[in-house]
Design a protein around this ligand. Structure first.
Ligand code: HAM
Length: 435
């Protein structure tokens, strides 16, 4: 598991803010569920026979002897919350979004961690293909707003309870003669989850995949019509996609639409920036009434990495001003001045007092503030402060006045010049962001 440190978190905060903004603009309101659930929520929801349930869950017993699991994903939790919170009795579909940590006992490597963050949305309570398109459009718009405009949308339909059994049989018939040569995982999947044979990443199994039956060739009429509508509406919106008959997703609950966004800069298993699809059968599997739904989750760790690799990361946040009390007697006034500046919206950090002026200046330099305010004994006597423009080292004495009014004016001049030079690009919307 990893920590996220301030060097990185400015980019994180930006992509999270964009996720919240773009979701809210489309009516997807935030939902927060606990980071752990009764184990059966995931065991049933995600499905026995999936890697997540078989190998990757952090499961433990609580003090009451109940089996709990740190959430490996949030869709099953959100569906549970939708029913338990009575959202199924409100307007349909319920449009929800979430941000937060997930936990999987995966093999850690670049882009794959044991704790990772997801931004997800779920539209629960309607079967219309237009909703599939709505969530895909949101994911697409968000990636672009983050600065990723070259992700490829992979699209497939994996059928439903009507046509899936026939497709499973066709797959098993195709793979049966090759069974002894398949990798160990695939031999196990042959019975439990034959769809996963299609996306095995072992090089030895890949040649077989090319000739395997395609799910879209086995769709029933309703699934075919649904898939056709999704494709047409995406095309109508100008959202490009690649039909990918091998895309089956690693969770059991999907029906019909399945999709992923891939980073073309990354080869291999970690290239999915996010994925999702329709899951019309999940509610029933969890013991609730049958309810159609569609959604996605994007991996923030991978998206932040992709943003940084494209040079679109944000520099760490920095304050506007550092206030230095250069004499013991000036400490109280320093605190008052800092409060006055914050009240008018100037981001202000107080240097730790009691150290030499030089040491405090070093603190200010490290914090990278464009301006420094110094209050020493002389300033204290005269009701003034020294303002230093850190860009050129120019210093001026200004009268403090009521609520530091004189100082505020002087600082605003320096900050305006810094803004104009583009040096404070860390804050505010990114170029290309949706307005
Ligand atoms: P998922 O494909 O398992 O889907 O995860 C979605 C995304 O989370 C992945 O594409 C990836 O970016 C990120 N992710 C997964 N595992 C890791 C990891 N170990 N380290 C870093 N990032 C990771 C789901 O979770 C479904 N709940 C999506 C969904 C929502 N389907 C319908 N609604």
């Amino acid at each position: 598991m990893r920590d996220l440190l301030p060097e990185e978190t400015a980019t994180w905060s930006r992509v999270e803010r964009l996720a919240e903004d773009l979701s809210a603009r489309r009516g997807y309101r935030r939902v927060v569920t606990p980071i752990l659930e009764h184990t059966e929520v995931f065991a049933h929801g995600v499905g026995a026979g999936t890697d997540i349930v078989d190998k990757e869950m952090y499961t433990f017993e609580d003090r009451g002897g109940r089996s709990l699991t740190l959430r490996p994903e949030a869709t099953a939790s959100v569906v549970r919350a939708y029913f338990e919170g009575g959202l199924h009795q409100g307007p349909q579909p319920a449009r929800l979004h979430y941000l937060g940590p997930m936990f999987r006992y995966d093999r850690p490597q670049k882009g794959r961690y044991r704790t990772f963050q997801q931004f997800g949305v779920e539209a629960i309570g309607d079967a219309a293909p237009e909703l599939d398109v709505e969530v895909i459009e949101l994911a697409d718009a968000w990636l672009r707003a983050c600065g990723i405009d070259d992700a490829t949308l992979q699209l497939n339909s994996i059928g439903d309870a009507v046509c899936r059994p026939g497709f499973r049989r066709a797959l098993q018939d195709y793979y049966r003669p090759h069974l002894p040569n398949l990798c160990e995982d695939c031999r196990r999947r042959f019975d439990t989850n034959p769809l996963r044979l299609l996306d095995c990443k072992k090089p030895a199994d890949e040649p077989l995949q090319a000739g395997a039956p395609s799910p879209v060739d086995h769709l029933c009429d309703d699934c075919r019509a649904h898939h056709g509508r999704v494709r047409d509406e995406l095309t109508g919106l100008g959202i490009e996609f690649e039909e990918n008959p091998r895309l089956v997703r690693g969770l059991d609950y999907y029906t019909r639409t399945a999709f992923e966004f891939w980073d073309p800069g990354i080869d291999g298993a970690q290239n999915a920036l996010g994925g999702g699809g329709r899951y019309d059968g999940l509610a029933e599997v969890l013991g609730f009434q049958a309810t159609p739904a569609v959604g996605f989750a994007m991996g923030l760790d991978r998206v932040v990495l992709a943003v940084q690799e494209r040079g679109a990361g944000s520099p760490p946040d920095r304050p506007d001003v550092v206030v230095i009390a250069a004499a013991d007697a000036a400490v109280s006034l320093g605190l008052e001045v800092a409060r006055d500046l914050r009240r008018v919206g100037i981001a202000t950090v107080s240097a730790v007092p009691g150290r030499s002026l030089k040491a405090q200046m070093r603190q200010a330099t490290k914090l990278d503030a464009p301006a420094v305010v110094i209050i020493g004994e002389e300033e204290l006597d005269r009701g003034e402060a020294t303002v230093r423009d850190m860009a050129d080292g120019a210093q001026a004495r200004v009268p403090l006045g009521t609520q530091s009014a004189g100082l505020v004016d002087a600082l605003r001049t320096i900050l305006a010049a810094t803004d104009a030079s583009g040096e404070t690009a860390a804050v505010g919307p990114v170029p290309g962001a949706e307005q």
